[in-house]
Design a protein around this ligand. Sequence first.
Ligand code: ZN
Length: 243
Amino acid sequence: MRLAIVSDIHANLQALEAVLDDVSSVGCEGIWCLGDVVGYGADPEACVDLVRKRAAVCLAGNHDLGVLGELSIEGFSDPARLAAEWTAGVISSSAATFLRGLSPGAVEQAVAMFHGSPRDPVWEYVLSEEQARLALDASPRRVTLVGHSHVALAYGEDAGSSVAGGPRGAGDRLAVGSGRWLLNPGSVGQPRDGDPRAAWLELDLDSWHATFRRVAYDIHRAAGAIREAGLPEALAERLHHGQ
Ligand code: ZN
């Protein structure tokens, strides 16, 4: 089965629609979402609706939990806190009920997935080889998927059991059929790895290949929606830079 792994949609409807089109054109048979459906962007309701309809698995991210009031948003940056408060005021009770039913970690078949990491499913950012090694040691499965950092990444363990890896770009394809792997698809709605295009990961559970995908979307419209909603300008501007 070929799956589309998506994460950190952040209420960016234009990016999510572009990714879903790309997923269909590639012919993936299922979608798993690693959390942060809402927060930052201007279309939380439509994004929750699409994810609810299309994703077979969806995790809760720190922003989803912050919007629900299930996690304190005092540690959020000012723009993130303002966006969480705005989101809490505009989403329907049915969207909130869907988000409330999510958990920050799950195991499906041969794959474990977490919004942050196996050690801290909500908060830990895995951005170094050392953190990836600790995450792999704590994971219940050989292949582990994480989101949260908004950076497309792959860390693998070689025969000598040292863990190596780092950022991955569009079109990178890895054989992940042996050894332990930690993969981050990057962010659909707010990439922070310098490539402003929406990110997702194709994961083939039969041939065990992972392919990093990027797709262009209408950034001007997404940024315009953020401005129209009265959300902080920085949240609109950063989309153009992929930061
Ligand atoms: Zn996020």
